[in-house]
Design a protein around this ligand. Structure first.
Ligand code: ADP
Length: 453
């Protein structure tokens, strides 16, 4: 809106500028015309004197020529000042004087040097009439008026030019400011879109991980439950069989009925055992969907997720993954789960310590595998749990489930790798696990020592 208002003001101002310029030009034209008439009057008088003194015809011819030119110059001066009645009156008065003066000059030319006496009388008469002075006075008066007008019009033109320059500057400033604001808004919008995209990606990643974590947890719990139930079921079977033998050996009147009931109990126990066996097999099958993935991308995603929950206690992360062995053949979501479990445990372990550093390092290992090390500067492993930490439901945390490491072990083993924990050289805990490389024949840095910072 402001832009339109200023542009309209500029347009009006430019129109006025053009107007004032044409007035200045007009005044200049009038002044030029006046000075042309002045020169012509002088030339006519010079030619008259020249002819009278020398009798040379060219003077007479020039005089006639100048006189005709004077008439047409007066016509044109009158036509350019028609807008100003005072000027028209002044020009008419000037014309009258010039006509009278040229009539005198014409008569002198007619008489020529032959009739010098009469010609000198006319000259004498002219001096008395003071026509030349009156013509000059009239021309000077006209010039003065025009010069006054010129000064006035030039001042107006300067004012209009200044206003035009100022309005143009305003317009430019407005244009630059608008462009800057537009660029800022665009960038703001883009940043918002990028943020929304990142949030959506994080959300979908979290949802997928939660789903897999729930499934893994369920699988892990079922497996643990099956394992725990197998022993009591075996014991029940033994007790039932023992009781059966005791009943058979006795002389109880209902021993046939009791025997049949015990047989049924044994059958049901076996059935329960078979159901549990099937459950263990199903859970143990550990179906994975392996594809070639970037180890770094998986670690990055897991770090992003873990950082969300540790925002208030930032951790100094050193990600030193060898780019030449980045391709791994894994189930991406499951491996993310492993990274997330280890990183989250490390973050939790270091939560209340002043120094919080996490290193994730990779190197080529034997048999086409990659070894990954995740080391923290936390308090280290609790000796109470150190040798059982990979077993399900083993935890030292009040709110812990104790299945994160157990799930991680299951996943790593399902990929043909292994996972171990040990004290980190710099204090804290160090987890080491192996994964299959997607290109086992590629660049090999096997044996290179991993130094944990
Ligand atoms: P949870 O985290 O629910 O306790 P986990 O299976 O992930 O279950 O971990 C089992 C236990 O192993 C933890 O309770 C903790 O005592 C120990 N632990 C795991 N990671 C670390 C670590 N980085 N530093 C110290 N102790 C750890």
């Amino acid at each position: 809106m402001l832009f339109i208002v200023i542009a309209a003001a500029l347009f009006l101002n430019l129109m006025r500028l053009r107007d004032s310029f044409s007035w200045v030009q007009h005044t200049n034209d009038v002044l030029l015309s006046i000075s042309g008439i002045q020169r012509a009057v002088l030339e006519a008088e010079t030619n008259e004197r020249g002819y009278l003194l020398t009798g040379i015809d060219s003077y007479s011819e020039n005089y006639h020529h100048t006189r005709d030119a004077l008439a047409s110059r007066l016509d044109s001066l009158r036509s350019v000042v028609t807008d100003n009645p005072d000027h028209v009156a002044r020009v008419d008065e000037l014309r009258q004087l010039i006509d009278m003066r040229t009539a005198q000059l014409g008569r002198v030319i007619e008489l020529g040097p032959e009739r010098m006496r009469e010609a000198l009388d006319i000259l004498e008469q002219a001096r008395t009439d003071r026509l030349t002075e009156r013509v000059e006075a009239s021309l000077s008066a006209l010039t003065r008026v025009e010069q006054g007008l010129l000064a006035e019009r030039m001042a107006r033109h300067d004012r209009e030019s200044l206003a035009a320059a100022l309005i143009t500057a305003c317009l430019l400033i407005l244009a630059v400011a608008s462009a800057a604001i537009a660029a800022f808004l665009l960038e703001h919008q883009r940043a918002g879109a990028r943020q929304r995209e990142a949030d959506q990606r994080l959300q979908s990643l979290q949802a997928e991980l939660m789903r897999v974590a729930r499934l893994s947890t369920m699988g892990e719990m079922s497996s643990a439950l099956a394992h725990e139930l197998n022993q009591p079921l075996g014991a029940i079977t033994n007790y039932v069989q023992g009781s059966r033998r005791l009943v058979e050996a006795s002389s109880h009147p209902d021993k046939a009925k009791i025997g049949a009931a015990l047989d049924k109990a044994a059958q049901q126990t076996l059935r329960a055992g078979a159901v549990i066996q099937r459950l263990r097999e199903f859970v143990g099958r550990g179906e994975t969907d392996k594809t070639v993935e970037s180890l770094r991308a998986i670690a990055d995603d897991a770090l992003t997720l873990a950082s969300v929950v540790s925002r208030d206690r930032p951790v100094d992360v050193a990600l030193k993954l060898d780019p030449s062995i980045d391709r791994v053949l894994v189930d991406k979501i499951q491996l993310q789960q492993v990274f997330l479990n280890l990183i989250r445990n490390a973050f939790e372990a270091m939560r209340d310590l002043p120094e919080r550093k996490l290193s994730i390092i990779s190197r080529a290992a034997e048999d086409g595998m990659i070894e990954v090390v995740v080391a923290d500067t936390g308090p280290g492993l609790d000796p109470q749990i150190a040798d059982r930490m990979f077993q399900p439901f083993e935890t030292t945390k009040p709110e812990g489930m104790g299945i994160g490491l157990s799930i991680s072990q299951t996943i790593i083993q399902a990929h043909g790798g292994s996972i171990t924990a040990e004290p980190s050289p710099g204090g804290g805990t160090l987890f080491r696990f192996t994964l299959p490389r997607a290109d086992p024949g590629g660049h090999d840095t096997r044996g290179a020592a991993i130094s944990v910072v």
